[in-house]
Design a protein around this ligand. Sequence first.
Ligand SMILES: Cc1cc2nc3c(=O)[nH]c(=O)nc-3n(C[C@H](O)[C@H](O)[C@H](O)COP(=O)(O)OP(=O)(O)OC[C@H]3O[C@@H](n4cnc5c(N)ncnc54)[C@H](O)[C@@H]3O)c2cc1C
Length: 304
Amino acid sequence: MIQPDAVYDVMIIGKGPAGISASLYTLRAGLSTIVISKGGESLGMAEKIGNYYGVPGDSTGADLLDAGVAQAKALGAVMVEDEIAGLDAGDVIELTGMKGIYRGRSLILGMGAPKKKFKAVNLDKFEGRGISYCGICDGFFYKGKKIGVVGNKDYMAHEAMDLLNISDNLTILTNGMEIELEETKPGDINGLKIYKDQIKGFFGDEFLQGVEFASGRKEHFDGIFIAYGSASAAELAKKAGIMTENGVVVVDESQRTNIAGIFAAGDCTGGFRQVAVAVGEGAVAAKSVIEHLRSIRTSAGGWT
Ligand SMILES: Cc1cc2nc3c(=O)[nH]c(=O)nc-3n(C[C@H](O)[C@H](O)[C@H](O)COP(=O)(O)OP(=O)(O)OC[C@H]3O[C@@H](n4cnc5c(N)ncnc54)[C@H](O)[C@@H]3O)c2cc1C
């Protein structure tokens, strides 16, 4: 059961093999653990898993996934279905979901492989030069300027609402898709300009100057924020100053990120994307979390 004011010892985003494996260790170490996921695990898509230790080959990925989730639940994991769109690092780490806010003393990102679905001419060229993936990090540079937010789902609405604090000259660019909000109230984005035209690409010199649509129409924009689909691990990581490289989260051999108390495991860290690797990295991340929490716990049982 979710306690709205609770500060969990461990928060885990992802209930794939990385996240669930980590939770088995943190739960057995007596740490309160919440596992948040939005569905769509890669493991659930695998028709047959024939190369995982002890599984002879007639198990589906979904069977293996369900078995892991049941094991974590039996140990007392708090399991929540929510899409996380915001991450604030601090002594208490805060996650913003579409359904609520979650707080914890540590965090493991087990968010799976990045699913880069948005392709457009010159997207790479203007990344960091007018195109950003993080409203909260880069919005400040576009104060009062003309901003576009690319996306059509709750994550887009979350980013748009953050950016409205910076500029009300904001246009939603759905790239040919209909708006599909599950948790955001449609009223929250009412009144914003919405273009449903397909995007061909971006134009400019050294910096972005605007968007070119598939129709050939060009329009000036000072800044574009990509919030396509849902937040990937790297997009979320950037919001908290966590190092990323080529779309994956950078970790050391103990699955630590550069931010104390935040760890990552599985496909979101790149490398050999397999169940066995995700399970192993989840275990290592959990061990590091346990050591981290021990190091910040005072002898009186509080936190430093
Ligand atoms: C079709 C297919 C077949 C495969 N076959 C094999 C095989 O035979 N053998 C093998 O070893 N591996 C196989 N793999 C790879 C294997 O499935 C992955 O390596 C493994 O599942 C990675 O685990 P993970 O926990 O890192 O990520 P995932 O299993 O992808 O889980 C990611 C989790 O993060 C959550 N999440 C992501 N973003 C958010 C967000 N913003 N908010 C909340 N939650 C979020 C998701 O909901 C999900 O719970 C296959 C993969 C695919 C796609």
